[in-house]
Design a protein around this ligand. Sequence first.
Ligand code: NAD
Ligand code: MG
Length: 336
Amino acid sequence: MSGTNTFHVYYEQDADLQWIRGKKVAIIGYGSQGHAHALNLRDSEVDVVVGLPQTSASRAKAETEGLKVMTPAEATAVADVVMLLVPDEVAATVYSEDVAPNLKPGNYLVCAHGFNFHFGKIKPPAGVEVFLVAPKGPGHMVRRQFTQGKGVPCLVATLNEDSPDTLLLALSYAKAIGGARAGVFRTTFKEETETDLFGEQAVLCGGLTSLIQLGFETLVENGYSPVMAYFECLHEMKLIVDLIYEGGLSYMRSSISNTAEFGDYTVGPKLIDASVREKMQGVLDRIKRGDFANDWLSEHQSGGQQFKRLREAAKTHGMEEVGRELRSRMSFAKPQ
Ligand code: NAD
Ligand code: MG
């Protein structure tokens, strides 16, 4: 297996808050990531303004927190650093309509996922440096960990890879949202974008949900109770993943029975075999060529009907109904 084990991690002492404290930051969007970045920056004594359309329902939430809210165009016009935290599928439109006309040379444009920059959907003008600060966790965790004195690990990258001052600013931003408490890793736009898409499609979201669902269906079609199938194929997943998260695969295996461990080694690779690896390669090739990005953006531009249909169909799968019923009787499993 190729690859390197040498990497540098930046911690609090490696980043200086003064760089980002010396700038005015506009956070465009106030969703999962937006609210966390805006509030963490404010609590780190950074001058922040939130950019949201006049009609946005999130305006009231940001104002209740005491944040200054302007339109995305106004916020860009007053800021030195503009962080785009709107959904990836609308970012290029928000950029061209609201951000680009108000950017000045010397401003910085920032994102939390390189998607639109790497695939050329947003082309920043000369004189505007672009960097990425991507927390490796959901926005609500970025806020919660910060308020507890902890942080979520972050990736940083600069679009122009030879730009040491921009890297200092990116590290400063990452520190201000709490990332340097956990560790900040340097990457490139290409690597962040392609690995993030691959991970969510092949393993974390797409691969995992399909594995769970096929396991559930196989048991139920063979006459086993949906409740048993749910426990075996979905509920216990978290307990196994928690062990993997704490200590890797070997640590998890030291906790399961020898019977489970023998089945793991002998059956797992037969199921997730060379044919799956080949398909994973195909998934990665499509991502790298920009085919997935184009599919997703054209789905959005044509009204998103397929996306809505898939979302609705997924909600009504039998396993989801069993799950709703079971979780309503398990107080410990209620979402926070
Ligand atoms: P989100 O869907 O939670 O929030 C989007 C926000 O943008 C909302 O406040 C919405 O009102 C606002 N918005 C929508 N259209 C707008 C417009 N036209 N003008 C201004 N604001 C508009 O989005 P998110 O999940 O926080 O994702 C934001 C970025 O962060 C994306 O690039 C995403 O890939 C990246 N990211 C997200 C996560 C995550 O955990 N959700 C993790 C890492 C990176
Ligand atoms: Mg991701």
